[in-house]
Design a protein. Structure first.
Length: 623
């Protein structure tokens, strides 16, 4: 809707003093209509007058207070005094109408009143931005959803096309309104591949949201698929209604049964979400992933024949998805445009292949995806980055990983192990000629690896020795306690035979076995940690030798602590509790406390080390 510039200019005659409108300003903030009414009765022109330094009227102020149902009565009474045609010319110094302000602050009730008073307000733009775009930028999802239903598409400027539509779509994606973005791109499919000159398509914005593609475990039902029936279950990849179509023809109760099950499942998840907020968060996260998968299908359709020369628009989204490890986007683009496999990242002038980008950014999911493209594997084995000193893929693997990827692994030693695993994996992939090939600086991949990781080796050595030192002290104390307990058995010895007094008691057998286990495991743990302290700490040792020793040391230390607590509990039972069985319950609870603390504090590290050393590894075929 075009504006009368001359009429707007009359509103912008700046006044040096707005103090006369201060009572009206305060009344608008508080929602005090009685005070405002008395002021307006004395000065009727104040209804549309500028009352502050940024060119706002009293209606601007009233709709900008709070978020929900605030000043509703105040706004309603004000609108009775303002002609509907006048609303379009109430603008602040930035050209924002009252509906712009209501959209920014999320004042739904005020927005509805304004639209009812003048429906054309939804199309008035401020520098190209309509109210719905302001709502998207300021994360007002409910407001965006409402304005999508009332914003007309038959006036100038068209808010859902070209630059306006593109800005709205990217703002929705940035604000993580994926369901609304999906609705928008379904209504206007041309927005999927439209981009202003010098900017990227909306898929590039989605590629900058890696968390939107993490998988969850809570099943959800999601509708509005671009390519499939709206009843499709995105979790199972099929339409339950279609699956039972034949049976439904034979049994009329089947559709009813399906509907009841779906409603029952929704009720169950709603109840669980109310009882356990964590479940609700998981379900919301899963729903977000379902929505982004459907949005991806719209932004990158599998049938790319209609896109023609627009294939180059997907180059930068593919590069960004590779850097951030978003396998879903990379796979979708590869399926639609197989030629993107050969794209190179020219952003820094070094012309890395996407395979090398995945290696340098340590994105194993993208690496596995590209690696299984057997058609190109033998070509990739010898590819070099011509703009980066003729480095091949193994040179790229020899470089230190980005800090944010290193920090995903706890401890410098495990970080070094992960780096070695990447280097060894790429070393087996590239051709033998690349393993000893020098780059333009006359450096082989092995030399670059040593130079890049020398500080990490030092940090890894320090981390391993500090851990071993701490655990050595604990193991030595446990061994000392277990040895002393073996000499001074509970209850003492028989003066005549020299045998322990409780030697025929079942509790004493438990004491002997647990004490022996504690002593032997503590001694073994002590030896394992001493071997760590005396290791040579070469690069290759971090791959398996040192982690295996640390795993063995932690496991035996855990066993020694557990056995020591069992020994102490058996001693208490034999000496102090007079063989009363009920005493075992508090004794067992107290004895399990240090074991539980050890497990909660050290077990995650132990699990990470076992998975990293003995697990299936990072590399394999992607599903």
């Amino acid at each position: 809707m075009p504006l009368d510039i001359e009429r707007m200019a009359e509103k912008y005659e700046r006044k040096d003093d707005y103090s006369q409108y201060m009572p009206l300003y305060k009344a608008a903030i508080k929602g005090d209509w009685d005070s405002a009414k008395r002021f307006l009765d004395g000065d009727q022109s104040a209804v549309t007058a500028v009352i502050n330094e940024i060119g706002e009227t009293v209606l601007h102020v009233a709709v900008s207070v709070g978020r929900r149902n605030v000043n509703t009565h105040f706004v309603k009474e004000l609108l009775k005094l303002i002609p509907s045609s006048e609303l379009a010319y109430l603008n602040n110094i930035w050209g924002r109408t009252t509906l712009h302000n209501a959209a920014i602050f999320g004042n739904m009730e005020a927005a509805k009143l304004l639209v009812e008073h003048n429906p054309h307000l939804t199309n008035i733009h401020n520098g190209g931005w309509t109210p719905i775009q302001f709502a998207a930028v300021f994360d007002q999802k409910e407001m965006v959803s409402y304005l999508m239903t009332v914003t007309t598409a038959d006036e100038y400027p068209f808010p859902f096309a070209n630059k306006a539509g593109f800005d709205l779509l990217t703002s929705m994606i940035t604000s993580e309104f994926y369901d609304l973005a999906l609705q928008l791109v379904q209504r206007y499919p041309s927005l999927a591949t439209w981009a202003p000159s010098g900017e990227q398509i909306a898929l590039y914005t989605l590629a900058g949201k890696p968390s939107a593609f993490l998988s969850g475990r809570v099943p959800v039902k999601f509708k509005n698929d671009c390519n499939k029936p709206s009843g499709e279950d995105v979790e199972k990849g099929e339409n339950p209604a279609e699956s039972f179509k034949v049976h439904a023809q034979m049994s009329s109760w089947v559709p009813f049964f399906i509907s009841v099950c779906q409603k029952l499942r929704a009720v169950v998840w709603e109840v669980l979400g109310g009882l356990a907020p964590q479940i609700k968060r998981i379900q919301d996260t899963k729903m977000m992933h379902a929505q982004t998968r459907q949005l991806l299908k719209c932004l990158c359709p599998a049938d790319s024949t209609s896109l023609g020369a627009k294939a180059d628009l997907f180059k930068l989204p593919f590069c960004l998805a590779t850097k951030l490890g978003i396998r879903e986007i990379a796979e979708a683009i590869l399926e639609a445009f197989p030629a993107t496999f050969w794209y190179r990242d020219d952003s820094d002038g070094k012309h890395y292949t996407m395979f090398q980008v995945a290696i340098m950014n340590r994105r194993e999911n993208i690496y596995n995806l590209l690696n299984q493209e057997s058609r190109y594997k033998y070509i990739l084995r010898n590819e070099t980055a011509t703009g980066d000193k003729d480095n091949n893929s193994l040179h790229c693997a020899a470089k230190l990983a980005p800090l944010h990827r290193l920090n995903l692994v706890s401890g410098a030693a495990l970080q070094m192990q992960r780096e070695l695993q990447w280097y060894k994996e790429v070393e087996t992939f590239v051709s033998p000629s690349c393993r000893e090939k020098e780059n333009s600086d006359k450096k082989t991949p092995a030399v670059i690896f040593t130079e890049e990781h020398k500080d990490l080796v030092i940090e890894g050595e320090k981390w391993m020795k500090d851990t071993a030192n701490s655990c050595t002290i604990a193991a030595a104390l446990i061994a000392t306690i277990a040895f002393a307990a073996a000499i001074t058995v509970p209850g003492g010895n028989n003066g005549d035979s020299g045998l322990p007094i409780f030697s025929k008691d079942a509790g004493f057998i438990i004491f002997l076995i647990s004490n022996a286990l504690s002593l032997f495991s503590a001694t073994a743990s002590l030896l394992m940690f001493l071997s760590i302290l005396t290791a040579r700490y070469a690069e290759a040792d971090f791959l398996s030798a040192l982690p295996k020793r640390l795993i063995a040391g932690l496991v035996t230390l855990f066993l020694s602590i557990t056995a020591m607590m069992m020994t102490f509990a058996a001693t208490l039972y034999l000496v102090f509790v007079n063989k009363k069985a009920w005493i075992l319950i508090p004794v067992a609870m107290c004895a399990s406390l240090p074991v539980t603390l050890f497990v909660s504090l050290q077990f995650p590290l132990l699990v990470d080390m076992i998975k990293s050393t003995y697990g299936p590894g990072l590399f394999g075929k992607e599903k």
